[in-house]
Design a protein around this ligand. Structure first.
Ligand code: URP
Ligand code: ZN
Ligand code: ZN
Length: 460
């Protein structure tokens, strides 16, 4: 199968030019102006933007969490991602404390193998670092192609590791050429505040927000960057939300430390006023919680300063029935919200169209940087000869409205119901195949492939 995309405006992290793209098999073969190569299919991209497929390095599919499972599985989640222009996702395997990393990998493969529609990879979350798990790290990096290891500084008793384990893991991962991802919030402080609010009978969703003040994130981020500096291990802070935490990273840069920061689309465009004193706020119960308007300004600035490298989703959907598990107690509301399908269009509409970021920056934070940080570049994350033909064609003028009625995520509400979005992803290619066309998915489950990743450079 060969495809010729004609007359598009090609945007990468660095370039912006008019050209045609010729694809055969899974990769881009030729890029040039006025290409006249016979092809099985010709796509006219006049008036549209042609960009690399999105990469969302923070999703939770079919994940056992807080007594239930996130409601998108590999099929529904990666298909919804494709509809929204995200061609590759990185999911998190969670080690069960007391068990091996390998057994968790096996469990996740059981859910993902032959089920994904779009491409995917894994981070390995180490929730119990000991002499046995230490021996498993090399295999993950050198054989499995899983080069990033997630740590939690919160969720004590289930996922959290202490600083002793963190430093030990960092030393091992640094030695072997990997990277540490972190959920950086102070779990003990949060647990103290949760217990306090519960003992006072303060049980509504707003107390989820009030149990995780900015200081809990700033303190943990600062501690994490110090441990990363001490061990020399490359570090990546997931879902960073606020000024205090970003300032901890900014301070680290003064000593020439390279720490990668990810924020998520919701922290850029939603704020804590959604936690009204009723249960509706459960839709946005996630950790960390939504913050203030001043934090949104800090995050947009952080993107433009090159400090915030990635805009992900932390897609972790739960149906309303699942959210109701915490009807009488905010601490039992499954944490997470759906966005895998909405990220690329919302970031375009709210970021590029509202002049907060340039088109090149858009591609950088929605795709290229994640590919570089996580060892997938230039196979993924750019439009170049030899790269996978993962391409989106976006009409910058078409407007549409986000709604549960039209989305493809397996969740019965939208966190963005009624949002007017300018910019519509019309066509999506994944490894040389048109996978989304005219609002239809053209491939079945099993098309999505696991992406083995390279060792990470730890610098960009
Ligand atoms: O609320 C969230 N973020 N749920 C998913 C788990 C995590 O902490 O990333
Ligand atoms: Zn987290
Ligand atoms: Zn997460």
């Amino acid at each position: 199968m060969s495809i010729l995309i004609k007359n598009g405006r090609i945007i990468t992290a660095t370039d912006d030019y008019m050209a045609d793209i010729y694809i055969t098999g899974e990769t881009i073969q030729v890029i040039g102006q006025g290409l006249n190569i016979p092809a099985d299919r010709v796509i006219d991209a006049s008036g549209a933007l042609v960009m690399p497929g999105g990469i969302d390095p923070h999703v939770h599919l079919d994940m056992p969490f807080m007594g239930t499972y996130s409601s998108d599985n590999y099929e529904t989640g990666t298909r919804a991602a494709l509809f929204g222009g995200t061609t590759t996702v990185i999911d998190f395997i969670l080690q069960t404390q007391g068990k091996s990393l390998q057994s968790a990998l096996k469990e996740w493969k059981g859910r993902s193998d032959n089920n994904a529609v779009g491409d995917y990879s894994f981070h390995m979350a180490v929730t119990d670092f000991n002499e046995e798990t230490k021996k498993e790290i090399r295999h993950f990096i050198e054989v499995e192609g899983i080069t990033s290891f997630k740590t939690f500084m919160a969720y004590k008793g289930a996922l959290m590791i202490d600083d002793r384990q963190m430093v030990g893991l960092m030393q091992e991962v640094k030695k072997l050429g990997g990277l540490i991802n972190v959920h950086a919030t102070n779990g003990d402080m949060i647990d103290f505040l949760i217990a306090k609010h519960r003992s006072e009978g303060k049980l509504a969703p707003i107390y989820h927000y009030l149990s995780q003040p900015e200081v809990t994130e700033a303190e943990a981020s600062s501690r994490f960057v110090d441990m990363a500096e001490y061990t020399g291990c490359p570090g990546y802070i997931v879902h960073l939300t606020c000024e205090g935490a970003l300032n901890a990273v900014r301070n680290a840069t003064k000593r020439n430390q390279n720490i990668f920061v990810e924020t998520c689309i919701q922290y850029l465009i939603l704020d804590a006023s959604l936690y009204e004193d009723n249960f509706e706020g459960a839709k946005w119960v996630m950790s960390p919680p939504l913050r203030e308007k001043k934090d949104q300004a800090t995050l947009w600035a952080g993107i433009n300063q090159g400090l915030v490298k990635v805009v992900a989703t932390d897609h972790c959907p739960f149906n309303w029935e699942q959210k109701l598990m915490g009807r009488d107690d905010f601490s039992k509301i499954p944490n997470g919200h759906p966005a895998i399908e909405n990220r690329m269009e919302l970031l375009f509409s709210e970021g590029v169209n509202k002049d907060k970021i340039t088109l090149n920056r858009y591609v950088e934070v929605a795709s290229t940087n994640a590919a570089k940080i996580f060892g997938m570049f230039p196979k993924k994350g750019t439009i170049a000869i030899g790269s996978d033909a993962d391409i989106i064609i976006l009409d910058p003028n078409e407007t549409h409205t986000l709604s549960v009625k039209t989305h493809h995520m397996n969740v019965d509400y939208s966190g963005y119901e009624g949002w007017e979005v300018q910019g519509k992803i019309k066509t999506v290619l994944l490894r040389g195949k048109v996978v989304i066309d005219n609002n239809e998915c053209k491939v079945e489950k099993g098309y999505g492939q696991f992406v083995k990743r390279k060792k990470v450079a730890g610098k960009m």
